[in-house]
Design a protein around this ligand. Structure first.
Ligand SMILES: Nc1nc2c(ncn2[C@@H]2O[C@H](COP(=O)(O)OP(=O)(O)OP(=O)(O)O)[C@@H](O)[C@H]2O)c(=O)[nH]1
Ligand SMILES: [Mg+2]
Length: 352
């Protein structure tokens, strides 16, 4: 899953990127492991040859947003942003003499502007497409896909004009196909990171708290972070980090807060495959069935799906190992339609 860090120049995107990459950054794209205590516990007990945590890919290789309404996103930035699964908007909320800003620091303004720019970019696509359709539609047979597209675009145009991003709109499967085809940016999940001063990391200003609450009502996840201090903490010995974090009033490092916000934004849960050769954590959309989980592992495993041997994480913990949970009769043989639960340990029986 690719997470693109976007924001105005000097908003602290690279500082946050380095803080989350924890010294592992090679260039501007890095895979960051998803922290999960349950996974650590399974790995400790199974002692597999290979350990594969879930990862998110952070991508700091995007041009900064520039000023100017309607053209704040350069074509290059639009193109690189479209390739991402999630956009992480880093919003500057700190004052600094070392890093002058393009205007008075105003996080609410910056966050709103970027939201508007994404809507404008989508509206532009819709207007262009409707213009083309107006010319071509006469030549089409009734029932042609173009009629559907026209009706759909005419429905979502006023929604966007009202200021509602497409990620807040529910679509049918057919409509989702159109949205994917046109790569609408406001349809992408968005997480907002307010990059605040050191003394505000745990308790952001009222204005930011209000904005975060407002974003929440729109279904947009956000968090406050002081990127530079997190970057320093991430360089410390891991054993010393909790103390420094708690002196700032924080319990989790920036990378964990960021990944948790992304998981909430995408509605992701985790399932585990606990093999002796490889133990692995897998992200999965909440509500997905066992067949989908099998397909996440490998398309061949989904094709040959027979049953999913399933142990809940609670049962695994209670009995201390998969063998013990199986012996206690806690393994359930589930079919394709079983809705996978967060923390489930799965072994997919398949014809292969
Ligand atoms: N005081 C303070 N300074 C910060 C913070 N985050 C970033 N900075 C400083 O702001 C400047 C810009 O930070 P970067 O991380 O390079 O910002 P950027 O968005 O990647 O900037 P460009 O890629 O150059 O557009 C640097 O001097 C950072 O040290 C913060 O939370 N507090
Ligand atoms: Mg940068």
């Amino acid at each position: 899953m690719k997470v693109g860090l976007i924001g105005y120049s000097q908003s602290g995107r690279s500082a946050l990127y380095r803080a989350c990459a924890k010294g592992q950054a090679k260039g501007s794209v890095t895979a960051v492991p998803v922290p999960d205590e349950r996974f650590d516990k399974i790995v400790d007990q199974v002692k597999p040859k290979k350990v594969t945590p879930a990862t998110v890919i952070l991508d700091d290789d995007h041009e900064p947003i520039s000023g100017g309404q309607g053209k704040a996103f350069s074509t290059r930035l639009l193109d690189s942003a479209r390739k991402m699964d999630v956009l992480l908007h880093v919003v500057r909320a700190f004052e600094s003499n070392i890093a002058p800003y393009h205007a008075e620091v105003n996080p609410t303004r910056d966050q709103q502007l970027v939201d508007e720019e994404l809507l404008l970019a989508d509206l532009q696509i819709i207007e262009n497409r409707l213009e083309k359709l107006a010319k071509s539609l006469n030549a089409r047979q009734p029932g042609h896909q173009d009629y559907l597209e026209k009706a759909f675009f005419e429905r979502i145009q006023p929604i966007l004009e009202e200021g509602t991003p497409l990620r807040a709109v529910e679509f049918t499967e057919d409509e989702q196909g159109i949205v994917r085809n046109f790569q609408f940016l406001s349809a992408k999940q968005m997480v907002v990171a307010f990059n605040v001063a050191e003394d505000e990391a745990a308790q952001p200003s009222q204005a930011i708290q209000d904005r975060m609450a407002h974003l929440k009502t729109q279904g947009t996840e956000s968090f406050a972070v002081c990127a530079t201090i997190e970057e320093e903490i991430a360089q410390l010995d891991p054993a010393d980090q909790p103390e420094f974090l708690s002196s700032l009033g924080l319990t989790e490092p920036a990378s964990t807060r960021l990944i948790q916000a992304i998981y909430r934004a995408l509605g992701l849960i985790t399932f585990f495959t606990a093999g002796e050769s490889e133990t692995r954590a897998w992200p999965l959309r909440s509500g997905s069935n066992a067949l989908k989980a099998a397909g996440t592992i490998h398309t061949d495993i989904a094709k040959g799906f027979i049953r999913s041997e399933t142990v809940s994480y609670a049962d695994y913990c209670e009995f201390g190992s998969l063998d013990a949970a199986y012996a206690a009769g806690k393994m359930r043989l589930e079919g394709k339609e079983y809705v996978v639960q967060d923390g489930d340990l799965l072994h997919i029986r398949n014809k292969s």
